[in-house]
Design a protein around this ligand. Structure first.
Ligand SMILES: Cc1ncc(COP(=O)(O)O)c(C=O)c1O
Length: 376
């Protein structure tokens, strides 16, 4: 009987067991997806494209029209100097991340990841034989440069950052991003910058991409996508952009793995990029939901939450309850009927639970009410 290669033994699936759809009466605070429908003009554009018969193979990295619009938007919003030829549309940002790791590292290489970090990085690295080296962040979940520097070895090839961050909601400051770029330059490292939440920023400082900074452009692969900003999680549309050599290698990955994303989704994705007003409306809702959540959590004994700076996640410190994260999450589900994710499933996240406030406002209010009657 042939056997499955050993790298799949115990390969993590992140916190997906806690994402299972709970019974109807449970308040679901787990799923990291916008509680909105995809904007109607985007849906209409996909239907129109299908009706025009745009159902055949097309340009591998994505239609030139879509890549042009993405490049313009990256340059307009984040000060990049991308070209349409340096952009690739991928099946979700997840696939863009996988390709970014594939084209920057060999099996056996090490990748620094400030933690707590989204567990998918861990799983993807394991698929490729890359060793993720988690470097603890400071008490605000911002990168600790000394920790990062101390973790560099002769095998380190890459720094992976995610700002705004899932699960912590941290938005790294421009100075921190510059310091990470300087470190990468000093040690000649790649940077993979997961910027999927870049449009969801609540901090006083702006989102800054390392690719926009001196020294960063030639070594940074920017990952972003349509899922979070435009309520398009199920469309599976991500973006990878970076230096020419890395992108040629990434085009080859896509050509051999998935050819391209569905042809009829591309005109719809173009329309999504025009939905600035809707994105702003979504952001207003998230801000309101964040305020309700923070106020509610503040009033609960044993819980402590720093106001999240971006994305739609809150990483709540539960150590004051005397429970560990699994105990807290399991009891919250069985006794309060609120589903949340134990931080201990995330490297460096013990003592915390992750909450997504992308869900409906009414669900946030109801969840707070239930946690209150459970904990008080
Ligand atoms: C930090 C981070 N990066 C990337 C992704 C993947 O997004 P996509 O739906 O485009 O694959 C997610 C999704 O949860 C995420 O939280």
């Amino acid at each position: 009987m042939p056997s499955v290669p050993s790298r799949f033994t115990g390969l993590g699936v992140g916190f997906s067991p806690y994402l299972i759809k709970p019974p109807e009466d449970v308040v679901r605070w787990t799923v990291g997806e916008p509680g909105f429908d995809t904007p109607r003009p985007v849906v209409d554009a996909a239907i129109a494209s299908l009706e025009r018969g745009e159902t055949h193979y097309t340009r591998g990295p994505g239609s030139i029209e879509l890549c042009t619009k993405i490049s313009e938007q990256l340059n307009r919003l984040w000060n990049l100097t991308s070209t349409p030829e340096s952009v690739m549309v991928t099946p979700g940002a997840k696939q863009a991340l996988l390709y970014a790791m594939m084209v920057t590292m060999e099996s056996g290489d090490e990748m620094l990841v400030p933690s707590p970090a989204w567990p998918t990085y861990d799983g993807q690295a394991a698929l490729l034989g890359i060793k993720p080296v988690f470097t603890a962040t400071n008490e605000n979940f911002h990168p600790d440069l000394e920790n990062m520097r101390d973790s560099i070895t002769t095998k380190t090839r890459c720094i992976l950052i995610n700002s705004p961050n899932n699960p912590t909601g941290a938005v790294y400051t421009p100075e921190e991003i510059q310091a990470i770029v300087d470190l990468a330059v000093e040690h000649d490292l790649w940077i993979i910058s997961d910027e999927i939440y870049a449009r969801l920023v609540w901090s006083e400082w702006p989102h800054v991409s390392p690719a926009s900074l001196q020294g960063g452009k030639d070594r940074t692969l920017v990952v972003t996508g349509f899922s979070k900003s435009f309520a398009m999680t199920g469309w599976r549309l991500g973006v990878l952009s970076g230096p020419e050599d890395a992108m040629s290698a990434a085009f080859a990955c896509q050509a051999n793995a998935n050819s391209h994303v569905p042809t009829f989704l591309m005109p719809a994705a173009e329309v999504a990029l025009e939905q600035d007003e809707t994105v702003n409306e979504f952001c207003e809702h998230y801000l309101k939901r964040r305020a309700i959540l923070c106020e509610g959590i503040d009033a609960l004994p044993g819980l402590n939450l720093r106001s999240p700076e971006g994305a739609f996640y809150a990483f709540i410190d539960i150590t004051g309850t005397g429970m560990n994260a699994i105990e807290f999450a399991d009891k919250a589900l069985s006794e309060a009927r609120v589903q949340l994710i134990p931080g201990s499933l995330i490297q460096g996240g013990e003592g915390h639970v992750r909450v997504s406030y992308a869900t409906d406002e009414s669900q946030i209010i109801e969840g707070i009410k239930r946690l209150k009657s459970w904990l008080i």
